[in-house]
Design a binder for this molecule. Structure first.
Ligand code: ARG
Length: 262
């Protein structure tokens, strides 16, 4: 797998656009850099290719590459951020993905969409979140742009403002998800559409345990994933918990820091 990452050189809490971010709870820069490096080295040890995008001053959330776009089949649907605080990242993401040879797809102006943070494939089907950062109108447009079926899921808890904070596809038939972060009908949809679901209690999900990625049967996540070890083992996975405290201060974890490009 090739994974897009961005060094946390300019990372910090400079504004508050989700309930995790508190300007008065600043990032320990040294720790952040160490935690990011640990993730980077973990991927390298698992033989993943890391593709680095240049961090930009004044764009403290660029470290969260998952929000750049949704990529699929050499096409990239560029994000349009809900909050002006992050909209300045858009031209950098456009250039980074265009330079890497992706066929760029843009949504019509004014439609909010936050990339792989709110849209994740389970097999060939795209599961997309709405309610906080992505407009539901975006779902149909993405489905058309990529020619894929989209399953819309309503997020209801502001702490889980992106789909990838409470939903993680592990294989084409296994997902882990936090039912309480979804409207009841959406939680039901997940159970109906996916063969095997691992339910994550909300008190575990708040540690960003669902913000994870499966690399060859190893689930890389924040330390909170320890409490899911047995369920995951039962489903055939092992866990690789990583310290993510500094990124959680911004409302992000392992998955947010990673954008798989293939
Ligand atoms: N501070 C960032 C924001 O609120 C965190 C983004 C986390 N990314 C994610 N894919 N969940 O936009």
């Amino acid at each position: 797998m090739s994974i897009l990452m961005c060094r946390p050189d300019f990372f910090g809490i400079e504004y508050e656009i989700n309930p995790w971010m508190k300007v008065r709870n600043p990032v320990d820069r040294e720790q952040a850099s160490k935690q990011w490096q640990d993730l980077y080295l973990s991927y390298r040890r698992l033989d993943q290719t890391i593709d680095l995008v240049e961090p930009r001053p004044g764009q403290p959330d660029m470290v969260f590459t998952a929000n750049a776009a949704l990529v699929h089949d050499r096409k990239a649907v560029l994000s349009h951020f809900a909050y002006p605080e992050r909209q300045g990242e858009e031209p950098f993401w456009w250039a980074a993905l265009y330079d890497r040879g992706f066929e760029m797809k843009l949504l019509p102006g004014g439609v909010a969409f936050e990339g792989a943070g709110d849209a994740l494939f389970v097999g060939d089907r795209l599961f997309a979140g709405y309610g906080f950062r992505t407009d539901i109108e975006a779902h149909r447009l993405i489905g058309e742009a990529l020619d894929v079926e989209v399953v819309s899921l309503e997020l209801v808890d502001p702490r889980f403002y992106h789909l990838d904070t409470c939903f993680c596809p592990l294989t084409r038939d296994v997902v882990m998800y936090a039912p309480d972060a979804f409207a009841p009908a959406s939680a039901r949809t997940i159970r109906q559409r996916v063969a095997h679901v691992i339910e994550v209690p909300i008190d575990v999900a708040v540690a960003f345990a669902c913000n994870a990625i499966n690399v060859g049967g190893r689930v890389l996540s924040s330390q909170g994933v320890e409490s899911l070890k047995h369920d995951l083992k039962h489903a055939g996975f092992s866990v690789l918990p990583l310290p993510m405290t500094e990124f959680i201060k911004a409302g992000g974890g392992v998955r947010c820091l990673s954008l798989p490009l293939d």
